[in-house]
Ligand binder design. Structure first.
Ligand SMILES: Nc1ncnc2c1ncn2[C@@H]1O[C@H](COP(=O)(O)OP(=O)(O)O)[C@@H](O)[C@H]1O
Ligand SMILES: [Mg+2]
Length: 312
């Protein structure tokens, strides 16, 4: 965490701090038990949807490997797959201290990049029942979704969609409910999260911010690991410290430094900056604990680098 703290400190000195508030949890909630049982045959039943993400979603595209933060997400993927090889790690909550730090951006792009690997089925679940966004990013219907499933109003095969011709599956949030935390406390949530890895290699959960609701804290207790997103120039050290301190089960396996300028976490005077950015060598993935994700809109700098090759 020390590099994250360093980066945050540096960012605090450079930018003013602001943490916009989120809120709102309207809608009815009828808590009937969903179905339970084997997931055998589920993937053959799910509906297919086209790959047609919203332009403003900044989702990486396999056909444009040099656009956006593809390299950084591949690096994150490599680290996670390496960890998966040495510890049980299939269910992952993506969260952050506060709103608008890039949880959904990170969760979605991570799911997309994981699904690029052959034979790797990935499910992206929108467990942010307060501010769900996955359905907008992928331009799919919000319902039926997880809230309908948990209320026994829809089957899992109706909720999950497959992106045509890929190994990427999506479970949108579903209709709004009055009390998301009540729904998340159902034993069916735990059963679902336990069962999904029988058919998906990665189950990635988008979630609300830790400091604004107990949802992500609860989800973290049910998952194998938590990925903490910090947004440089926005997230404060104090917020990260409070968010981590409030976790009942701190299973944070990594920190994503979102919206970093390329090379920002490595001073231009250090060995690493020169190694990574000043010559034509392949970038090395496995060093350090922070994965910097630059702004999707930021041009690559410097542009001259050899083509990516996947080291997973
Ligand atoms: N690295 C990035 N580059 C460009 N846009 C980003 C980046 N990270 C987040 N965003 C944008 O910032 C906004 C908030 O991100 P989002 O992932 O929805 O935050 P959260 O889920 O934490 O509330 C979105 O419009 C998203 O597209
Ligand atoms: Mg979000």
């Amino acid at each position: 965490m020390s590099r994250v703290h360093d980066a945050l400190r540096k960012a605090e000195g450079t930018f003013g701090m602001s943490t916009p508030l989120s809120g709102g949890m309207p809608g009815p909630g009828n808590l009937a038990a969903p179905d339970s049982g084997s997931l055998h045959g589920l993937l053959e039943q799910v509906k297919e949807i086209p790959w047609d993400p919203a332009a403003e979603a900044h989702l990486i595209d396999a056909t444009k490997p040099h656009e956006g933060p593809m390299e950084e997400f591949r690096s994150l993927r490599t680290r996670l797959n390496h960890l998966q090889g040495i510890q049980p790690l299939h269910t992952l909550v993506v969260t952050s201290a506060s709103p608008a730090e890039g949880k959904s951006f990170t969760a979605s792009n991570l799911a997309v990049v994981q699904s690029h690997l052959q034979g790797q089925s990935v499910l992206l679940c929108d467990f942010d029942f307060r501010r769900p966004i996955v359905h907008n990013l992928f331009k799919i219907d919000r319902s039926p979704g997880l809230t309908e499933y948990l209320q026994g109003k829809a089957s899992l095969s109706e909720v999950i969609r497959r992106v045509e011709g890929t190994n990427l599956y999506l479970a949108p949030a579903g209709s709004a409910v009055i009390n998301p935390l009540e729904l998340l406390n159902l034993k069916e949530v735990r059963l679902l999260i336990e069962r999904l890895p029988s058919i998906f290699n990665w189950v990635i959960l988008d979630s609300p911010p830790l400091l604004f609701a107990a949802d992500a804290n609860l989800l973290a207790t049910l998952c194998d690991g938590t990925l903490l997103v910090v947004r440089l120039g926005q997230t404060t050290i104090d917020a990260v410290t409070r968010a981590l301190g409030g976790m009942s089960h701190n299973n944070v396996i990594g920190v994503v430094a979102n919206a970093a300028k390329r090379g920002e976490l490595y001073s231009k005077y250090t060995y690493y900056h020169n190694y990574y950015y000043s010559d034509e060598k392949q970038p090395v993935n496995e060093d350090g604990e922070v994965v910097p994700v630059p702004s999707a809109a930021e041009p690559e700098q410097p542009p001259a680098r050899k083509a990516d090759s996947d080291s997973d």
